[in-house]
Design a protein around this ligand. Structure first.
Ligand code: PLP
Length: 401
């Protein structure tokens, strides 16, 4: 409950769902049409073609009317058989949930990771994956599953390095990657990195509400799916791929969310994906400048894998991060991400993705700074001033205006 009657707009600065731009809300408000009619078929073909550009792939991208968790399940059950061994890497809460899902699906996942809590402060260690795959001379491991942008910690792992590790081991395992919170905010290259299945969702960098999710495929993944024996029906790629040939789905798709997706793709492609990524890198650097000025620790301990999507801010000993978040929410109408799983109470997460700008982030940091002071956190200096200085002296389009 807020401490006052809210005016102005709420600040939704969690790392997804991210704020939905008015342009997308308007596109989604158009009347729902016949999903088997000609107008829909044309829309379907258009967006199935455009969406590939965001994944940087020439291969098909499946769109499900489901949250990201559904697309996680789809990636596993379309490619694997009961009892299959898979190699997963513990980067944080979402990697842990995916591992739990693999157990529930009757797979045999191995969970590699750095010891203790440390794994939750670093990215995927490709050398550990390579070493494990080299041991697996009988090729029992059928897939390597990793989270690209670990939303619970703010770590963006090096997927090209994981591909290299699999190749260096000469291992045929599929590479399955979750970039639910990385797509359209962090650099991602499905084809170039040789990813077999990429899992993503709508409510993060694509700036849509929750409710649709994706599997980008490779030809190897499609071939493997023909032999995969885990039960599937709603999630089965074959019937969807067939219907998608003409821009349709085998069931009723989320028509209005697809209007939104089409609009989002236009926005992202008109701006240029690489520009979108640069915008996120710059915001992340400004937010990190603030955390440094506060004298606080960033959850991610390896600067080479800092996330451009969100930053985890570690609270000093004796301060419960959720108490701080509560004060910030109640006093300033600002929502921040909670610490999840092993990170509960230790840190909060600032989302800096999608439809933001310098001023929304300066305001967000203002809410954090004032709230932390109210909660009794000892701050070294002003993060807001540091971020303002960073943004002022590092224009995104220097020389263009
Ligand atoms: N994986 C990652 C990295 C996520 O960030 C999330 C959600 O935040 C999920 C999986 C689960 O997706 P959803 O909550 O849309 O089902």
């Amino acid at each position: 409950k807020l401490d006052f009657h809210p005016s102005g707009r709420h600040f939704l600065q969690i790392p997804g769902p991210s704020p939905v731009p008015d342009r997308i809300l308007r596109a989604m408000s158009l009347p729902t049409i016949d999903h088997r009619g000609p107008e829909f078929g044309a829309l379907g073909l258009e967006l199935l073609s455009k969406v590939k550009k965001v994944f940087k792939t020439e291969s098909p991208v499946i769109i499900y009317p489901a949250s990201g968790t559904g697309a996680w399940e789809a990636a596993l059950i379309n490619t694997l058989s009961p009892g299959d061994r898979v190699l997963m890497f513990e980067t944080g809460h979402f990697a842990t949930l995916w591992h739990k899902m693999a157990l529930r699906l009757d797979l045999q996942p191995e969970f590699l990771g750095l010891p203790g809590y440390d794994g939750w402060r670093h990215g995927v260690q490709a050398d550990m994956i390579e070493a494990r795959l080299k041991e697996d001379t009988g090729h029992e491991l059928k897939a390597v599953c990793v989270v690209h942008n670990e939303t619970s910690t703010g770590v963006t792992s090096d997927i090209a390095a994981v591909r290299k590790a699999i190749d260096a081991a000469g291992h045929p395992a599929l590479l399955i990657v979750d970039t639910i919170s990385g797509l359209a905010s962090a650099d991602y290259r499905h084809d170039e990195w040789g990813v077999d299945v990429t899992v993503s969702g709508s409510q993060k960098g694509l700036m849509l509400p929750p409710g649709i999710s994706f599997n980008a495929l490779s030809s190897k993944a499609i071939e493997t799916s023909k032999q995969a024996k885990l039960p599937k029906s709603f999630w089965a790629w074959d019937e969807i791929l067939e219907a998608n040939q003409n821009g349709y789905w085998p069931y009723t798709p989320s028509t209005n969310l697809l209007y939104g997706l089409n609009e989002a793709l236009d926005m992202l492609l008109d701006e240029g994906i690489d520009h979108v990524l640069a915008r996120h890198q710059r915001w992340a650097a400004g937010v990190r400048a603030a955390v440094e000025a506060w004298g606080l620790e960033i959850q991610c301990l390896d600067p080479s894998v800092y996330s451009p999507v969100l930053t985890g801010v570690v609270m000093p000993e004796g301060i419960d991060a959720d108490d701080v978040r509560k004060i910030i929410y109640e006093r300033f109408d600002l929502s921040l991400g909670t610490g999840l799983g092993k990170a509960k109470g230790k840190m909060f997460r600032i989302g800096h993705l999608g439809d933001c700008n310098d001023l929304t982030l300066i305001a967000t940091l203002g809410g954090c700074e004032a709230g932390m002071k109210l909660a009794g956190v000892n701050l070294k200096g002003s993060g807001v001033i540091a971020a303002m200085d960073y943004f002022a002296t590092n224009p995104l389009d220097a020389g263009k205006r």
